[in-house]
Write a protein that binds this ligand. Structure first.
Ligand code: GLU
Length: 445
């Protein structure tokens, strides 16, 4: 790493003790930014990096609620408003027991660069709670969401901060959150949240956007080697919204998706995963992957273990952070891997990224490859602002253009900085320069 940046990194790490995921995200970005500071010493003079690593505002709050048995439950809520140089803070809410400040900050930090890469006018933020929706009734989830919003509402707004979903927060949760915001404020402010239902201000394609976008970005990477998804053998991790839509899109482009996973195990379906059945099990019944295996002949379910033991030519990690380590990456490379598109945020460890890059595997980092979700959220905000709603075809076309544009920006930036094909460098520098220039223009704030 560049010596000038090392000192800044050390201060950031010391100032934020115990936040391993945030440290990882910061270090990965800093490793790309030396050459930018050679060309732009003004960024150093204005302490852009020091400011970028310090969120503009961090909100932590108590979320009290009662479960169905009448017992009082207490969770912790977070919203980290990281950077508003390019627009209102924008980023999802994650409800998962692993959520703590370090997770929210890594996600918020990544979101700054991701959102900049989309070319849309959105800053970076993230939030969530250590609440675990798994096994909770609809009524419990509603009471939790109402309590969460009873504090959060005072911090958000269509011109201030616009949350959306992430792990554990989908259409159901956004509905309860929006309802409570509307009730408290007495405003039908559609643009305060994205990921809404289609009849109440949502956008077509938003549910599909992250998974579709990941595949579109990966397809663009494959094209640089004269390849495409057609005929690829694909393994996807996860089986939530991102994974399911990535599977659907990869299939539509001619790939065979042979495996996907949940937190208990994974399925191998050599005939190609049946997206209809997967949606039924996961989205309608909120069930587990082993239920898919029971219903479809010829499918094996592996309890525990790693889905990355299954050979693939294209890997789409769509589960969660640090789910694919150096050992798994090496196995995948030995199995003939050509490309990786990250549908999740930071799913590959730094060791894994190094293995992919050394082996010459096309590697699309999450902040570029999975930006289709937040980009379509920005399209939802546009529709809300103009009180309009666009067709599926038009919205999907916009998403495709945005993903092709992000790919182009990352590739062109990597070329410009003398590292062709290095999408990590391209994404980090491409996102950073845009934010840094805006911060410089807006003065010391
Ligand atoms: N949580 C998603 C992400 O990681 C989407 C955020 C949004 O739509 O605001 O980018």
């Amino acid at each position: 790493m560049d010596a000038r940046l090392e000192a800044i990194r050390d201060t950031v790490l010391a100032r934020n003790p115990g936040e391993a995921e945030f440290h990882q995200a910061v270090v990965e970005v800093f490793e790309s930014l030396g050459p930018v500071h050679d060309r732009h010493p003004e960024f150093l003079d204005a302490a852009i990096l020091e400011r970028l690593c310090e969120p503009e505002r961090q909100i932590i709050f108590r979320v009290p609620w009662t479960d169905d048995a009448g017992r009082v439950q207490i969770n912790r809520g977070f919203r980290v408003e990281f950077n508003s140089a390019l627009g209102p803070y924008k980023g999802g809410l994650r409800f998962h027991p692993s959520v703590y400040l370090g997770i929210v900050k890594f996600l918020g930090f990544e979101q700054i660069f991701k959102n900049a890469l989309t070319g849309m006018p959105i800053g970076g933020g993230k939030g969530g709670s250590d609440f675990d929706p798994r096994g909770r009734s609809d009524a419990e989830v509603m009471r939790f969401c109402q309590s969460f919003m009873t504090e959060l509402y005072r911090h958000i707004g269509e011109y201030t901060d616009v949350p959306a979903g992430d792990i554990g927060v989908g259409g159901r949760e956004i509905g309860y959150l929006f309802g409570q915001y509307k009730r408290i404020t007495n405003r039908y402010e559609s643009g305060v949240l994205t990921g809404k239902g289609i009849s109440w201000g949502g956008s077509l394609v938003r549910p599909e956007a992250t998974g579709f976008g990941t595949v579109i970005f990966t397809q663009e990477m494959l094209k640089t080697r004269g390849a495409s998804f057609d005929g690829q053998r694909v393994v996807v991790s996860g089986s939530g919204n991102v994974a399911i839509n990535a599977i659907a899109k990869a299939r539509s482009l001619g790939a065979t998706v042979v495996a996907c996973s949940d937190s208990s195990g994974y399925i191998v379906d050599e005939a190609g995963i049946d997206v209809g059945l997967l949606r039924e099990v996961k989205e309608v019944e909120r069930g587990r992957l082993k239920d898919y295996a029971v219903r479809r002949p010829g499918v094996s379910y592996v309890d525990g273990g790693s889905v990355w033991d299954v050979d693939a030519t294209v890997a789409l990690p769509c589960a969660t952070q640090n789910e694919l380590d150096g050992g798994a990456a090496a196995r995948l490379v030995r199995g003939g891997l050509l490309a990786v598109g990250e549908g999740a945020n930071m799913p590959s460890t730094r060791d894994a990224v190094a293995v992919f890059q050394e082996a010459g595997v096309l590697f699309g980092p999450g902040k570029a490859a999975n930006a289709g979700g937040v980009a379509t959220s920005a399209l939802e905000m546009q529709q809300n602002a103009s009180r309009d709603s666009w067709s599926f075809e038009h919205t999907e076309e916009r998403l495709t253009d945005i993903m092709v544009g992000i790919h182009h920006r990352c590739a062109a930036t990597a070329d410009e900085y003398g590292e062709p094909g290095n999408y990590v460098l391209g994404a980090n520098i491409g996102g950073f320069v845009k934010v840094a220039e805006a911060m410089l223009a807006q003065g010391l704030i």
